[in-house]
Write a protein of this length. Structure first.
Length: 451
């Protein structure tokens, strides 16, 4: 089997690199940087300019008139939606591409897909199995776009093809290729719109059976008592055991598998289109949720591998796809929901159950939601757990580039880097990297070289 390419990837800001092109040479020489994945925080892509034809067909061009749904539009900040929106100046990105070519650094393009934007464009948004829009109380975790709409998916595919033809890119790291984070409880019942119902039939799933199973599960949750919760906790019940206790007969698992297959199918189609247009050497992939909650967020790794050339993540410190905090993010929403549902259940008891469901009960985690949100948390231990689980699950042919946030305390950064080395990953994706912080660069070089 051919050895995977070793990559050290910088998730960087387009405008910064355009203004400091020498940072690429420094990072190449100091830490062995091989690749960048730039993003402009103004437009939520690498800074692409949409062609007139793409913009004319685009479903999201009226975003400037949607300031009530998306207040940042008043400052000219684009909404995080799928594809490329018109009107952006790509001068900075062109400078970055030129700097990459001069230094021999790979550059991966970056656009978004489905897990955000539904709050700005409810007409394209995910709906639950009863046809309702997602509850805005969970907005911070994402209000997604429907992943089964043929019109938006074909347009997004055409955006990718157009970009790989017009820009000198080595591939893509697409973002938001997922359902909203499972901390968004309501999103677990989505998407159940008419488009997704049709897709279920096409893929061989019985939507009616899945819907009935989800409704039974919801009814079972509503009937839970505190004593039942405590009994499950004492039995150290995992997530699937918890569902079985509520009478899950396979319909919920089918629902999660269906959702994941929808995403994987679209990724495969997008990758095929990009490589047909740009060449088989154009790398294509995305960040993914870590193993503990991957299926809940729409990622079945076995299916995902058929449409991706690598696996990486969002952030090791936190965030929606944080490989150290997705379980604690989830717990911060699931535990209060259990307390709202189960009479007299205490927050501490609900949190303990959630930790046990996802195999985190042996860690020193807070027993109050406020503690989860304020910290500190055993970030290095949680990150190491997810990386080792992922390494055990994926096939050897799939390179792993775990996310490493390198802007924190040196000791934490060291532990995160050691996890990458100890699990024999093919590299890492850095966020929070400051090219001027020589102390951090020395640390990165030292830990990776020793491994």
């Amino acid at each position: 089997m051919a050895e995977h390419p070793r990559r050290l990837i910088w998730f960087c800001e387009t405008e910064y690199v355009a203004e400091h092109p020498d940072s690429l040479k420094k990072l190449r020489d100091e830490i062995g940087l091989t690749t960048i994945m730039p993003e402009s925080y103004t437009c939520h892509t690498s800074g692409f300019r949409a062609t007139e034809e793409i913009a004319r067909r685009g479903p999201f061009e009226d975003w400037r008139q949607r300031t009530e749904q998306y207040p940042p539009a008043r400052e000219g900040i684009y909404p995080p939606v799928a594809g490329t929106i018109g009107g952006f100046d790509d001068t900075a990105l062109l400078r970055v591409i030129e700097a990459c070519r001069q230094t021999g650094i790979e550059i991966w393009g970056h656009i978004g897909l489905w897990s955000y934007g539904g709050d700005v464009y409810p007409e394209y948004a995910m709906r639950d199995i009863e046809g309702q829009l997602l509850d805005m109380r969970y907005k911070q975790w994402g209000i997604g776009l429907c992943p089964s709409r043929k019109d938006t998916n074909e347009w997004t595919r055409d955006c990718l093809v157009d970009l790989i033809r017009r820009y000198d890119l080595d591939g893509f790291d697409v973002d938001h290729a997922r359902y909203p984070a499972p901390a968004n409880l309501h999103s677990l019942l989505a998407c159940g719109c008419s488009f997704c119902q049709q897709e279920a039939g096409r893929l061989g799933f019985d939507f009616g059976r899945m819907k009935e199973g989800l409704l039974r599960l919801r009814a079972g949750l509503s009937a839970l008592t505190r004593q039942q919760i405590l009994r499950m906790g004492q039995a150290r019940s995992g997530f699937w055991e918890f569902l079985a206790y509520l009478g899950e007969d396979g319909a919920v698992l089918e629902w999660l598998q269906f959702r994941a297959l929808v995403m994987a199918e679209r990724m495969r189609e997008f990758r095929t289109a990009v490589q047909d247009a740009g060449g088989a050497d154009k790398v294509f992939g995305s960040d993914v949720f870590p193993p503990s909650i991957a299926l809940l967020g729409g990622h079945n790794y076995e299916a995902w591998e058929r449409g991706a050339d690598y696996l990486t993540g969002g952030s090791s410190h936190g965030g929606v796809v944080g490989w150290a905090t997705t379980v604690t993010n989830l717990a911060s929403e699931w535990a209060p929901a259990l307390c709202r549902t189960v009479t007299d259940l205490r927050e501490e008891e609900a949190l303990q159950l959630v930790y046990r469901m996802f195999g985190y009960d042996d860690l020193d985690l807070p027993l109050a939601v406020a503690g989860l949100r304020e910290g500190p948390l055993p970030l290095a231990q949680m990150f190491a757990r997810e990386v080792s689980r992922l390494k055990a699950q994926v096939r050897e042919r799939m390179p792993l580039y775990p996310p490493v946030s390198v802007g924190g305390e040196p000791e934490l950064v060291r532990l995160l880097l050691e996890t990458v080395v100890n699990n024999q990953c093919e590299g890492a994706l850095f966020s929070g990297l400051d090219p001027q912080n020589d102390e951090t660069l020395t640390l990165i070089r030292k830990v990776l070289s020793e491994g």
